[in-house]
Design a protein around this ligand. Structure first.
Ligand SMILES: NC(=O)c1ccc[n+]([C@@H]2O[C@H](COP(=O)([O-])OP(=O)(O)OC[C@H]3O[C@@H](n4cnc5c(N)ncnc54)[C@H](O)[C@@H]3O)[C@@H](O)[C@H]2O)c1
Length: 402
């Protein structure tokens, strides 16, 4: 018996920069997608896009959305454009995949949800690490009740985030810069996926410790959940310890990491002025003179699942540690490793949710309400660190059952 081939979603990309280049193995490798158009104000990015994909490249998202041969707009423009680009796409009747963070304020998240609901189109927010297969498997084990009740989650990630080349607004918290807008959505998504989504309160501290890069580079947050579980989240982007050391030296991307390349990000920025840093970022971005695709041809064979640092989910009867290649389960009487197969396509789980919703009517976990609830936790991390108070939450949701 031959299976009916899956319908192909025709994709227009809004913003062909770094996030787009990180998604390329998914966009080109998943047979359920075809790139048909792109939009970007940078002429060099449009020129390369038109050449790489034999696809139309538009100067504006508005113009691209007039194209009838597009089903889905993948919005990978800077944060402040997520809301207007979702509204433009929805008005044109297009489904939406929009990058994290969903938006810079709850009002914007509400408006995006209203726009897609009015238009009757699907919105999935991602990629974020809550899609990663080891996290989904951890959730399934916790939900199965095999190890009793979930009690506590500890999540920790140490990276060089703050010392990667940045646009000036990426170093300004009010414009969406820093680790709380850019990295916390991943860690919060992971923890909410495993704990069931309903965060009750947040208490946090955050630090902006480098006067040359005046945005938050680190935080610790304590989350209480409605079901009685609690979680401790720590992130540092200050490039000293690298928590990939605790993740089998597999990088966040799922690819092996060379542990001898210590301190590279900080060293590459040393002595650069703001404008030189911007030029470095621009010239190495998609379409720039120094652009190198972040993924090599042989990556698929070497790649494990993506991850976001060390995470331990503690149940009554076991501690569960998702790894890029499977789950370590430390139960009462035994310690065992449950392997996962290598990913069939990088980030295919994102397309599973998107395609499943559009073609099969399956409610996605990472819809607008889920992503807004994740952002509510992130905004609360900022507010709690500013006020020193515990913040009670009101927009949480359990999300669709995967
Ligand atoms: N999920 C992930 O792993 C991941 C990784 C990186 C970035 N991101 C997210 O992706 C988004 C983009 O970040 P980035 O690092 O790719 O930034 P970037 O600057 O590298 O790329 C943004 C692109 O959008 C283009 N752009 C700017 N204004 C536009 C407009 N009005 N219309 C269309 N395109 C426009 C820029 O020219 C650039 O090419 C951010 O929200 C970021 O948080 C997600």
């Amino acid at each position: 018996m031959s299976l009916k081939p899956e319908a192909i979603l025709r994709l227009g990309v809004a913003g062909v920069g770094r996030a787009f280049s990180l998604m390329l193995p998914t966009l080109t490798g998943d047979p359920r997608l075809r790139i048909v158009a792109g939009a970007d104000p940078r002429p060099e990015a449009r020129a390369r896009f038109a050449m790489d994909f034999s696809a139309r490249a538009f100067e504006t998202v508005e113009a691209m959305c007039e194209e009838p041969e597009i089903d889905v707009i993948y919005i990978a423009s800077p944060h402040q454009f997520h809301r207007p680009h979702v509204e433009i796409a929805a008005r044109a009747g297009k489904h939406v995949l929009v990058e994290k963070p969903m938006a810079l304020a709850l009002d914007d998240c509400e408006a995006m949800i209203a726009a897609v609901e009015r238009a009757g189109v699907t919105m999935v927010v991602g990629h974020s690490h809550g899609f990663d297969a080891p996290i989904a498997r951890t959730r399934a084990l916790v939900e199965s009740g095999a190890f009793g009740q979930l009690r506590m989650i500890n999540a920790m990630q140490f990276t060089d985030f703050l010392y990667r080349p940045r646009r000036p607004e990426e170093l300004d918290t009010a414009s969406g810069g820093g680790v709380i807008f850019n990295q916390a959505p991943h860690q919060v998504d992971n923890v909410r996926v495993i704990a069931g989504g309903l965060t009750r309160s947040v208490r946090a501290g955050a630090g902006a410790w480098d006067p040359a890069r005046r945005t938050q580079g680190a935080y610790s947050a304590f989350l209480n959940f409605e079901n009685g579980a609690f979680a401790s989240l720590t992130y540092s982007g200050y490039a000293h310890f690298d928590s990939d050391e605790l993740c089998e030296w597999i990088a966040e991307s799922g690819l092996p990491k060379d542990p001898t390349r210590y301190g590279g990000a900080r060293a590459a920025l040393q002595g650069l002025s703001e404008i030189e840093e911007l030029n470095l970022k621009s010239s190495s971005n998609y379409g720039g003179a120094q652009y190198r695709p972040p993924h090599g041809d042989d990556d698929a064979a070497r790649r494990w699942h993506q991850h976001f640092g060390l995470l331990i989910a503690s149940c009554d009867g076991a501690d569960i540690r998702p790894r890029p290649d499977g789950l370590m389960i430390y139960a009462n009487n035994e310690k065992r490793f449950e392997p996962l197969p290598r990913p069939r396509v990088h980030r295919a789980e994102v397309i599973d949710e998107l395609h499943g919703a559009i073609e099969h009517g399956r409610a996605p976990l990472h819809d607008g309400r889920w992503a807004m609830a994740t952002m509510e936790v992130c905004y609360a991390i900022l507010e709690s660190s500013r006020t020193g108070r515990e913040i009670m939450l009101s927009r949480q949701c359990a999300g669709a059952t995967p």
